[in-house]
Design a protein around this ligand. Structure first.
Ligand code: AHG
Ligand code: MN
Ligand code: MN
Length: 334
């Protein structure tokens, strides 16, 4: 029986077109995919296995850690530390760079990840995800420092996310478009189900956490007011609104049917120019969005061009359907 294209087959075939590819990358991705299957299982078991709820601890960003934040972080580390492809890892849930244990060889790639995105949703059985980004280590075979990770998003070799929703999906780019794979639990493989994903240029759907409205800057205030005014307003049409509070789910919706997602700059806490993290969330999602024909910006600059200044740096994010995002950028410039 023919089951279609597996993720492994897809990656190997893609790598054949890359001159100088050694198979290291394919192998790294395979380990990453294994960790994603394990996480999918852990998330899916839900309350049956006692992994719901919060811990006493906070992460470096002052957010309460869920049990599953820590469990999923550990799953990614354990599956990706041993094979010799990585020079280091960095995660939203770890204060510093994770050094590969001395008993394992060091490799030429860096892995950056948000092990459980949308973790406030995990206890209530709403979709969550894992976001990842792969960079070249500046020096192959040497233990990576924090500075080694501070590369702009344009340098990403690969970016992707797993969505643990009504089905588990993996969406991936290596800079040649965006492809989506669905986990077939009977076969145990991700199969290509969404080849060449493209974000529609126009949309009538916006996503923003409107409880922050009073802290937004004027360009975002204006954009949302115009959407809310509907047919009677300057846009002359009605809009629809969504807010899942899992970035992975929002980006996935936008990849499938268009939309604009905003976690914009606000004045709530002057120390935080945005909520989302550049390295773990904004950069990988921006690469995927751009590769699917969308636009991603802080409102003032392209996210992928930002030179990171710290591992846990936060940035404003406005991304999605080209024409709507460009309209909001126009309001910032004007
Ligand atoms: P995480 O669970 O990894 O901390 O990320 C949550 C993020 C993002 O996924 C989501 O879009 C946003 O935070 C939701 O924020 P609000 O709770 O402020 O709406
Ligand atoms: Mn997140
Ligand atoms: Mn997270």
């Amino acid at each position: 029986m023919h089951i279609g294209t597996t993720l492994t087959q897809f990656i190997i075939e893609e790598q054949r077109h890359t001159t100088g590819a050694t198979g290291d990358f394919t192998s790294l991705l395979n380990d990453l995919v294994t960790s994603i299957k394990v996480i999918s299982n852990a998330v899916n078991k839900g309350a049956l296995v006692g992994t719901m709820g919060a811990l006493e601890s906070e992460n470096i960003q002052g957010e309460t850690q869920k049990k599953l934040d820590v469990i999923t972080n550990d799953i990614v580390m354990r599956h990706n530390e041993w094979a010799g492809h990585l020079a280091g890892m960095a995660s939203e849930e770890m204060d510093d760079v994770y050094s590969i244990p001395a008993k394992y060889p060091l490799g030429k790639y860096l892995l950056v990840f948000d092990p459980l995105d949308g973790s406030s949703n995990v206890d209530i059985n709403i979709s969550v995800g894992t976001i990842f980004s792969i960079l070249h280590a500046p020096v192959s075979g040497r233990a990576a420092t924090a500075e080694d990770f501070l590369q702009p998003g344009t340098k990403q070799v690969c970016a992707g996310y797993a969505l643990y929703g009504s089905s588990t999906m993996l969406v991936l780019t290596t800079g040649h478009g965006v492809n989506g794979f669905t986990l077939d639990r009977d076969v145990g493989e991700f199969l290509l189900t969404h080849p060449g994903m493209k974000i529609p240029e126009n949309t009538g759907e916006f996503a923003i956490n409107a409880s922050n409205r009073r802290f937004w800057e004027p360009p975002v205030q204006r954009y949302v007011e115009e959407c809310l005014a509907g047919t009677e307003g300057p846009r002359g049409r009605d809009f629809n609104m969504r807010w899942v509070a899992s970035m992975v789910a929002e980006v996935h919706r936008i990849l499938n049917r268009g939309g604009i997602f905003m976690y914009p700059r606000d004045t709530k806490d002057p120390a935080k120019p945005g909520k989302l993290r550049l390295m773990y969330e904004a950069n990988p999602m921006s690469m995927i969005v751009e590769q699917a024909g969308g636009v991603s910006s802080t409102g003032y600059e392209r996210i992928l061009d930002i030179q990171p200044s710290g591992l846990h740096q936060r940035v404003p994010v406005i991304l999605g359907s080209k024409n709507e995002v460009e309209r909001v950028l126009g309001y910032h410039n004007g």
